[in-house]
Write a protein that binds this ligand. Sequence first.
Ligand code: FES
Length: 61
Amino acid sequence: MATKVTTVKDGPLMVKGQIEVLDPQGQLITTSTDTAYFCRCGASGKKPFCDGGHKKISFQG
Ligand code: FES
């Protein structure tokens, strides 16, 4: 089954499937085999992951 990336309205990117998340140096941050959420608003304190900060800034997109 393919990994699926969905843009959540006014929120993060939702990634469902098996992924590896790497830092800028190529080091493994974490793996996920279920669902991961990535910030696209810029307000997260846990980048690259969403921490719900998009709600505080009323992100639209
Ligand atoms: S999208 Fe959720 S904190 Fe940025």
